[in-house]
Design a protein around this ligand. Structure first.
Ligand code: SAM
Ligand code: SF4
Ligand code: SF4
Length: 338
């Protein structure tokens, strides 16, 4: 077992607490804000042997835990497309220092897998859900998804014992604004938590324009006009969502305002792609290959990542809009998983 290493601080004094790990870059959806169908062909995805094996992933997770990571989120692409995912979950759930193991999914394949994931030790699920209306949902998934499959996935997750499921909704102006109140109505009072994520300029494919982003403030005002809200404090340091409770006691909702209110100062998150590249920011360009060092074991990798993290100076969202910054090439969202 490795020695405990001091938790590194980056160039702005930020520690490393969270790891977001993509297990696959392929997806069965083509959401226009992430993998638009006219830009990303069907069948897109790296060779399966280019992806890290479960042995590599476990070693990598253990190395990050040595550096202070306590929260690990599995993502993609669509993580439920990764074969034998419950087996990986079981291996990661067995790492004692890991306090929080979570998964983000589009929910379309969840009905068949919720029970196995739960049995493997997964305790938290986030489901992306941008619409309840069948046509809007289908259009937003690039014609690939059916709302009925996701609703069946939610039901299966609840039946398997998942509680307080988080739902992530990206709102695009003129596309699914009319879904906001129905979504709130649906999940109020269920114990689940709906979170609105501002549409971001991630990647290079979505043709983002600022006017397509509906700000959290605007959404909050619209929702509060129907169901009065009260601000809550952060659940923990570095929490990215601002939380609000319904005044009538029907639970809470959240807003992630990466465009209108950047939170780089508190960003404690590293991302690793399915082929083992480290990205220290969602808007990084190239990333750094970790696999060669990973082959030398968890201590060597922890040491290496500690050095990389110490040199991290990213704060893209705070600099967005500066001419030279806006034109930089960004990693695709489906490679690093949000
Ligand atoms: N496929 C899974 C899913 O959709 O939940 C996991 C990966 S997906 C890249 C993770 C999250 O990124 C989703 O909640 C999605 O809505 C969000 N996302 C993708 N592109 C985005 C964008 N341009 N702006 C804001 N959020 C985005
Ligand atoms: Fe796939 Fe998730 Fe991206 Fe949609 S947001 S295209 S479901 S990876
Ligand atoms: Fe973190 Fe980069 Fe997002 Fe800022 S822009 S919050 S540094 S991921």
């Amino acid at each position: 077992m490795s020695a405990v290493m001091p938790s590194p601080r980056d160039a702005h004094g930020r520690p490393l607490h969270d790891l977001r790990l993509s297990v696959i870059d392929a997806c069965n959806f083509r959401c226009g804000y992430c993998m638009p169908a006219d830009r990303i062909p069907d069948g897109h995805g790296m060779d399966s042997n280019a992806r890290m094996s479960f042995d590599e992933i476990e070693t990598l997770a253990r190395a990050f835990v040595h550096l202070g990571v306590r929260k690990l989120r599995l993502t993609g692409g669509e993580p439920l497309l990764r074969k034998r995912l419950p087996e990986l979950v079981a291996r990661l759930a067995a790492i004692p220092q890991l306090e929080d193991l979570a998964l983000t999914t589009n929910g379309s394949l969840l009905a068949a897998q919720a029970r196995a994931l739960r049995d493997a030790g997964l305790r938290r699920i986030t489901i992306s859900l941008d619409a309840l209306d069948a046509d809007v949902f289908s259009a937003m998934s690039g014609g690939r998804g059916r709302i009925g499959d996701v609703l069946a996935g939610i039901e299966a997750a609840v039946a398997a014992g998942f509680e307080r499921i988080k739902f992530n909704t990206v709102v695009q102006r003129g596309v699914n604004e009319d879904q906001v109140l129905p979504l709130v109505e649906r999940f109020r009072g269920t114990g689940h938590v709906l979170r609105f994520i501002e549409y971001m300029d991630v990647g290079t494919c979505n043709g983002w324009r600022r006017e397509q982003t509906v700000s959290s403030a605007e959404l909050r005002d619209r929702i509060a006009a129907r169901w009065p809200l009260r601000a809550l404090g952060a659940g923990y340091r570095g929490e990215v969502a601002s939380r609000y409770a319904f005044e009538d006691g029907a639970g809470e909702i959240g807003f992630v305002s990466s465009v209108s209110e950047p939170f780089c100062g508190d960003c404690h998150r590293a991302r690793v792609s399915a082929d083992g590249r480290l990205y220290t920011c969602l808007f990084a360009d190239e990333g750094t290959d970790l696999r060669a060092v990973l082959a030398r074991g968890e201590d060597a990798l922890a040491d290496h990542v500690s050095g990389l993290w110490s040199r991290r100076a990213d704060r893209y969202s705070e600099l967005r809009g500066l001419p030279a910054v806006g034109q930089r090439k960004h990693v695709e969202m489906y490679l690093v998983g949000g």
